[in-house]
Design a protein around this ligand. Structure first.
Ligand SMILES: [Zn+2]
Length: 327
């Protein structure tokens, strides 16, 4: 569970409940004016509900029969109330409290389990004005242009860059994303710079964020800075976020300054996440042999053993984009 945002989230739920209470009060006042008879029924129902509760608590003879009678009375009055509301041009639930989330009644919890709306709100708080939110406005599957990938084969690759990317997109959009909740697959995108790996991770982030998953996006540089903060300033909330988010995306692995510290901490993080079956996507401009040279064997063995590897290749898309702009 992600700590640190709990109180902020609980405030949000409380505010929602207050707003809905006020909105209901306004509707009640309106009905009092336009159709006082309905409010009379409302008040009678309230009194009967109270009576129902007290009768249930008291040990009176024939309680069952009496309870049954009160229940029926309430039921009939409710039916009359709904009829009257509709006759007067309102919808039947007009005088009921409205929940924005019916599952948890705007509390965030169903008994002790977190409601699905909880994570969505967490994502909203976490991504308020964040860079990834901005980036995914432009970089998403709707704006992904496969035309940037050549349909001619290059070098000794088996498939053309376009066919290769089509295959990757197919796997991601038809298998990985729809089954996100059911898999613990990690993904490693590797290949030359400018071949759309970052763009691809943004697309995936966007889809999963929209589906309410908590996706944390870090460049490898940022991640190492975060790991320092965790180690030296004991920032537990940050550690919790990195370890327990639904998906951690590490972009441009290998671009950071590789030191003994960074390698050790990175290994610890990868290991923790793999053990906890928390998913990761990593992108790197390094090829597999450079990865092996740059990082200790324990890291590369984690990467090669626990990640699905996708090689991304083709011309430099940034160059192509600029050329098409200047045409
Ligand atoms: Zn809910």
């Amino acid at each position: 569970m992600i700590k640190g945002y709990q109180s902020e989230l609980m405030d949000i739920y409380e505010k929602i409940r207050e707003q809905e209470k006020e909105a209901l009060e306004t509707r009640r006042k309106e009905i009092s004016k336009s159709c006082p008879k309905i409010m009379d029924i409302e008040n009678t129902i309230a009194k009967l509900s109270l009576k129902l509760a007290t009768t249930a608590m008291k040990n009176v003879p024939n309680a069952t029969k009496e309870l049954e009678n009160i229940k029926n009375e309430i039921k009939n009055l409710r039916a009359t109330k709904y009829e009257l509301l509709v006759e007067n041009g309102y919808y039947p639930e007009y005088l009921n409290i409205h929940y924005r989330c019916k599952h948890c009644k705007d509390t965030g919890y169903i008994v002790t389990e977190k409601c699905r709306c909880y994570n969505q709100k967490l994502v909203q708080i976490y991504y308020k004005n964040s860079e990834i939110e901005e980036a995914t406005k432009f970089n998403n599957f709707n704006t992904f242009n496969i035309e940037y990938y050549s349909s001619s084969r290059v070098g000794d690759e088996r498939y053309s860059p376009r066919r290769n990317m089509t295959g990757i997109l197919d796997k991601i959009t038809h298998e990985y994303i729809p089954n996100f909740n059911r898999t613990d697959d990690n993904i490693l995108f590797y290949g030359n710079s400018g071949t759309g790996k970052t763009f691809l991770t943004h697309c995936i982030a966007k889809e999963l964020l929209d589906a309410g998953y908590l996706v944390v996006y870090k460049t490898s540089d940022e991640l190492i800075r975060n790991l320092k903060e965790i180690r030296f300033e004991n920032n537990q909330n940050l550690e919790d976020l990195l370890v327990n988010c639904d998906l951690l995306i590490i972009d441009d692995l290998g671009a950071e300054q590789v030191t003994e510290f960074s390698v050790t901490e990175l290994f610890t993080l990868l290991n923790k996440k793999i053990l906890k079956k928390k998913k990761m996507i990593i992108s790197t401009n390094l090829n597999l042999s450079d990865l092996t040279k740059t990082y200790a064997e324990r890291i590369t063995s984690r990467l090669f053993g626990n990640f699905t590897l996708f090689k991304v290749y083709g011309d430099d898309i940034r160059v192509k984009k600029n050329l098409s702009k200047n045409r």
